[in-house]
Design a protein around this ligand. Structure first.
Ligand SMILES: O=C1O[C@H](COP(=O)(O)O)[C@@H](O)[C@H](O)[C@H]1O
Length: 232
């Protein structure tokens, strides 16, 4: 399937257009099924998008939001993706959305997989919108290249797995490749010249084991749009 590239001069323009497109897809989902689902990424890139998206006028009470991945840290830790979503997206109009977090009270992420799987089975699938990010090592969600769980993340039919990257801190919880491809629309959200350079490198390598984002760029199941702004 062709990957569509939407390139913007700056993040402000990107986030305005992207928030509008996401709102339209969620509204369409609600019209068609009475409810809609949105999976978002963590890290820093989504914060500015969320600051626009949270004001969109749609029936957020019919939207379920979850993360594509989280770091296995407590909610008071600045590395928590859940806390970032609570502070930046689940505010204003979007405060009415239903959020399902990944972090449980289990000390070890690997012990929490079945609980998180059960919780996530409550989300309407296929997901209406999935927004992926990409790390500078080509990881996406928490499917990392340098990780004992790389093959599992790329091949399991399970919804959820725990991972422990060797090149980044914290155990993680993540949706699998198969789960993320059970969606109506995938986006890859990238801001900055570095991310553009990494994107060009990973597309050249064309190897999902070296750069797991390739698993989503090279597939023929779900439409994929790259939303890229070269400057912040
Ligand atoms: O660790 C993670 O990193 C990626 C990329 O984050 P960014 O700060 O470079 O935007 C993110 O997509 C993922 O959700 C997160 O857990």
């Amino acid at each position: 399937m062709t990957v569509q590239l939407n390139k913007f001069d700056n993040a402000t323009e990107l986030n305005a257009a992207f928030a509008e497109e996401i709102a339209q897809k969620l509204t369409q989902g609600i019209e068609q099924n009475g409810a809609a689902s949105l999976l978002v990424s963590g890290g820093n890139t989504p914060k500015a998008l969320f600051s626009v998206l949270k004001y969109k006028d749609l029936d957020w009470s019919k939207v379920t939001i979850a993360l594509v991945d989280d770091r296995w840290v407590t909610l008071d830790d600045p590395a928590s993706n859940e806390t970032m979503v609570r502070q930046n997206l689940l505010q204003e109009n979007a405060a009415a959305a239903h959020f399902i977090g990944m972090k449980t009270s289990h000390e070890n992420a690997f012990d929490a997989v079945s609980t998180v799987t059960t919780n996530m089975q409550n989300i309407q699938m296929p997901f209406d919108v999935v927004i992926l990010g990409m790390g500078e090592d080509g990881h996406t969600a928490s499917i990392f290249p340098c990780c004992a769980q790389l093959d599992e993340g790329l091949t399991t039919k399970d919804l959820i797995l725990a991972t422990e990257p060797t090149t980044a801190p914290h155990q993680r919880m993540t949706f699998s490749k198969a789960a993320l491809l059970n969606s109506k629309q995938l986006y890859l959200h990238l801001v900055g010249e570095n991310k553009e350079a990494v994107l060009n490198q990973v597309r050249e390598s064309n190897d999902e084991r070296k750069a797991p984002i390739n698993a989503f760029l090279n597939q023929d199941k779900v439409p994929m749009t790259i939303m890229l702004a070269t400057s912040k």
